[in-house]
Every structure is written in C-alpha cells, then in structure tokens.
Write a protein that binds this ligand. Sequence first.
Ligand code: ATP
Ligand code: MG
Length: 475
Amino acid sequence: MSHQLKIPWVIKYRPRKVEDVINQEEAKSKVLEWLKKWPNVTKKALLFYGPPGCGKTSLVEAISNEFGYELLEMNASDFRRKEDIERVAVRASTMQSLFASGKKKLILLDEVDGVANKEDVGGLEAIEHLVKVTKVPIIMTANNPWDQKLRILRDIAEFVQFRKLEKRDLMKLLHRICNAENLHCDEDALDYIVSRAEGDARAAINDLQAVGEGFGEVTLERAKAILRPRDKERDPFETLKLLFSSRYAWQARNALSQSQLDYEQLKLWLEENIPHQYTDMEDVLRAYEALSKSDIYLGRIVKSGDWDLLVYAMDLMTVGVALAAINNPRDKDKWTKYTFPQRISIMSKLKEVRSVREDLATILAKHLHTSASTAKSDVLPILKAMFVSNPEYAAKLAIGLGLSEKMIEILAGTNKQAILDYYRKVEELLEKKASEALAGTKKLKQEMKKEKPETEKGKEKKNTKDLFSFTKKSG
Ligand SMILES: Nc1ncnc2c1ncn2[C@@H]1O[C@H](COP(=O)(O)OP(=O)(O)OP(=O)(O)O)[C@@H](O)[C@H]1O
Ligand SMILES: [Mg+2]
C-alpha cells in the first residue's frame, strides 16, 4: 500500500441505496410510501429523529441517490436567518415548476434541533413557513425533537423514529467494510470497537479506520493500544492540544479522526484558537491560510458532491494548521488556554454578528474587487489574524476601510481595545489638523481637510492590496 491518504470511511461507505441502510426498516417503508404519495399527504414534511450515527442523514442521501432526487440541503447553522430559508423555499418551489424536465427535488433540513435556541425563533418560523409553501418534499433530522421550543415541529411534520443500532448491526457493518478494505479483522477486536460505540455507527467506523487503515489487520491488541480506553472521543481541548503539537501529518489527522468534533466544528475551534497557540505573525497567517483554503474545498464539496476533495480539505485543516509553525516551532508545545469559538458560545450575539459579518464582507469585497463570499472565506480569517496580532496596523486598516466598532470587535475579539485606542489617536490627529485648518483661510482649510484623509486612504489602499496579493499568491 502506498502512503496516499484515503477518504474517511464514514464517507466512503455511506449507504448509496436504501437497502444499504441497516436495520431501519420501519422508517424506510414509511418514507418511501410518503414520497410516493407526495403531495397528497397529510403533512408535507417528515422529521427523522433518533440517536447519533444511526442513519438519518444517510437515508435521505441514499433516497436522493437511488431515486434521482436533487437534494437541497441546509444545516441548522444556516437556519438562523429567516431569509436564508426563504431563499431556499422560493428557489425550490419556483425551479420545480420552471423546469418540467429537471430533476425531482428534495429538501433536507439537517439537525433542526440546533434551532431550539431561544434566539432562533426566526429560524423556526421560517421552517414553518417553508413547509407551508413548499412544492417539494421536506425531510428534517434531529437527535432530540422533544424540546418545548420545538413544539411547532410536531404540528407541521410527521415524526419518524430511527432506532439505536444494535451490536449485531454494527458488527455487520464493520465486517462489510473489512471485506471491502481487504482487512483481516479479529472478532474480539471488532467486538471491542462496537461496544465502545454505543450504537453510533459513525464512531464505530472511525475507530475501525483508526486501527486498521494501513496495517492490513485489526487486532484486539492494536485496538486497545490505539483507541482511548474510556471516553469514546477526545474533547475539543484535547483535540486542539493534540493537533497543534503534532509533528507528523498522520498525528494531525489522528487528532481529528478521534475527536468529538467534526470538521465543521473543528474549523470554528481552530479559527478561534490559532492566534492563542501561535505567536509568530507569519505562522499565524500560514495556519489561517490553510484553514481558509480548506473552507473553500469544503464549500466545493458541498456544492458538487465531489468527495474526493475531502481528503485535501481535511488535510489542510489538520496537517496544514499543525505544520504552520515554521518560524516559531516551540509554540507547538506551549501551554495554551483555549477558548470556546465565539460563534458557538455567544449564541445570542450570533444573529447580530452574522449581519455585521455580511456588512464587513461587503466592504472588503468592494475594496478588493472580489465577491462577498470570497471576502468571507479567504480574507476574513486572515484579517482576523492581523487584527489579533497587530493592533496598530489593524487600526489604520480600520480607518482606511471605514470599519465600524462592531466590525472591529468581530475581527479583533478581546484585542479590540488596543485597536480602538490607536484608532482614536489617529482620529484625534485628523481632527486637530482639521480645526487648525478652520482657523486658517478657507482655501487652506479645504486643502488640509482633503489632504490628510486622502493620504491615509491612499496608504490603506496599498495595504489592502498587499493583503489581497498575499491571499491570491498562494491561492
Ligand atoms: N443504519 C445504517 N446503515 C448503514 N450505515 C450507517 C447506518 N447508520 C449510520 N451509518 C454509517 O454512519 C455514518 C453516519 O451516519 P448518519 O450521518 O446517517 O448519522 P445520523 O443518524 O444522521 O447521525 P447524527 O444524528 O449524528 O447526524 C454514515 O456515514 C454511515 O456510514
Ligand atoms: Mg445526521
């Protein structure tokens, strides 16, 4: 076997057909019947609920794959803004009627229990509205739909229960994979892996890959040595520590494969913590660059369904970030107090932050002659690193770009004050010049007023250009 990286097995062995989804027979026949009758159904949406890793999302994907539906997919994190959902609704319902020959469509609202947050009432209302107007079948998934705040879902959707997978289901699944991978597996090793998984197929498959990939066999001894004895997975803090301290690519990959975090979550944790771990400016930028490129790949995967890219996306996020500390490699082992991603911990602020982020992206896009989404994915992370590590430069940039205090806060986090202090100094200077000018002749006044901001602006333009060429160059 070569050293070439392989795709995660949870992706590689995703059920492609309905019959590949193990032991959810009742759910399967319910869905298929409902789809056949649609739109002559009592409820235009279904809600799949059940424990993690039992096949909810997989079944929706298998159905769309097998029966030729185009899947319009949204994750809970997208539901926060009512407009987002409405955009999907409008798109789905209009496109369906426009192109009679086009593919049938199916809307997947994944992990809707994520909107249980009080601040997200708008999201729930939008879902309700979407179900009301939809011309396309909607399937939602959730682990726990019984939260009082989610009561409305019971009115608008028919609930379909998914069962926790049994030990023998998981054994069957692992055997299948072992065969396909040409892996020799000891029964007691599989048994060990399965008992730890507690019905979660995702956990079981990840563990199997961690133990078996590249070794050609799975033994109990290896399983015990490699897998963590008690917890199923590493928590976010352990994950970060392991990832940052990695010296080899495989160590960095391992950090993710045995983590509680999925790659979307890991992205948020890294975005937040890179500047805590790394101190050298260039190292920080290198890490952010890997992260934002990985983000671009992930975006393409979602759009195109081309999972081959995932390998690169994951590598950029793990290996790319771990090996970014070139100037100051000692940082890798530095004790670091990691913080929760702001986007996760400050839920109530999220909505506001989101729209400020949009505004910020629009400003950047205009200055850099690029799209707002590129500004968001490519430029914001790098800018964030700069704002954290170089307040003086950040202040100049903020003035040059005309950023608001809120925007500065988003970019700088706790470092905001340092930037604002410097910002005020420059502002005062400009004001002083202006009032001096007022005392002089009208002509002089105008010149002064024009001149100062102009030169500042000119400088900043150059700086943003540099910033841009940095992103471009290595892009
Ligand atoms: N019933 C099943 N049959 C076959 N494979 C399964 C089944 N359930 C899960 N898997 C495997 O586990 C992985 C995760 O499953 P899936 O994404 O469907 O979980 P889920 O039920 O949506 O969990 P979550 O609630 O965490 O989103 C899939 O990639 C698939 O390989
Ligand atoms: Mg799921």
